[in-house]
Design a protein around this ligand. Structure first.
Ligand SMILES: [Zn+2]
Length: 253
């Protein structure tokens, strides 16, 4: 499916996927714009771990909650692993859990957030079970197939049938910029077919295929097709070094 992204410019600006327009579901990919951070983090940095002041980050996160009218935000302090955080009910305060790279839940009124600056956020939604998931997938996550693990976890914990899932891949490093000069050491042999130039790989197609292998229907998969390194509206670690993290968020009402 071809991506249809809309730019939502009122309040704190963010992109939304037309393929994820469902009642009682909210989601968005935020940009560098609309926050209070200064310098290399200007302005909507959502990470506490990149040198920005924590008061700025708290205010930026507050604006993201306000964009959806929810009072709780759950994030993962991501480690490029494949641990999946299952949230069974709305927490009494905001939570950032250490050591997870995906969040799944059917709890309402909570913004589930992934922080990124080159890596992908993969959105998952099952309208039958009204359950959501969001994945942080960098190349290490792709190698470990965290996408497949998360779909399985939604099946086991939330009764989701993969064929009912809708999936979307956020702006992230495109084949234009996903250069891996050490790919022979870092990437498995099976990724070779995704090589588009000498050292460049198409991680969007890797994610699509991992979703299909996890029994998500191809027609329900949406790829934003926006490279964050080519587009200054998104932070890029590869482009900037010291920089912020942008937010991808999903949640249920
Ligand atoms: Zn690019």
């Amino acid at each position: 499916m071809r991506a249809h992204l809309f730019y939502h410019s009122r309040g704190t600006p963010h992109f939304i996927f037309r393929s994820l327009f469902f009642p009682h579901l909210f989601h968005g990919v935020f940009t560098t714009n609309g926050g209070v951070s200064k310098g290399p983090w200007r302005s909507l940095n959502v990470s506490f771990n990149v040198g920005d002041g924590s008061q700025n980050v708290l205010e930026n996160r507050q604006r993201i909650k306000e964009a959806f009218g929810v009072s709780r935000l759950v994030s993962a302090n991501q480690v490029h692993g494949n641990n999946i955080l299952f949230i069974s009910q709305q927490p009494s305060s905001d939570v950032e859990e250490q050591g997870y790279d995906a969040i799944i839940s059917a709890a309402k009124g909570v913004a589930f957030m992934i922080q990124q600056a080159d890596c992908q956020a993969v959105f998952l939604y099952d309208p039958v079970r009204h359950a959501a998931g969001i994945i942080h997938a960098g190349w290490r996550g792709s190698v470990q197939n965290i996408i497949g693990d998360t779909v399985r976890a939604m099946k086991e914990n939330l009764g989701v049938k993969p064929a009912n899932l809708y999936a979307a891949v956020s702006p992230s490093l495109g084949p234009c910029c996903a250069e891996f000069i050490n790919y022979q050491k870092e990437l498995p042999q099976m990724f070779k077919k995704y090589r588009v130039r000498e050292n460049n790989f198409d991680f969007w197609s890797i994610s699509r295929d991992q979703l299909v292998n996890a029994s998500v229907k191809p027609e329900k998969i949406d790829i934003a097709g926006i490279c964050n390194l080519c587009n200054p509206d998104f932070y890029s670690f590869r482009r900037e070094g010291i920089t912020g993290r942008f937010a991808s968020v999903i949640g249920l009402y």
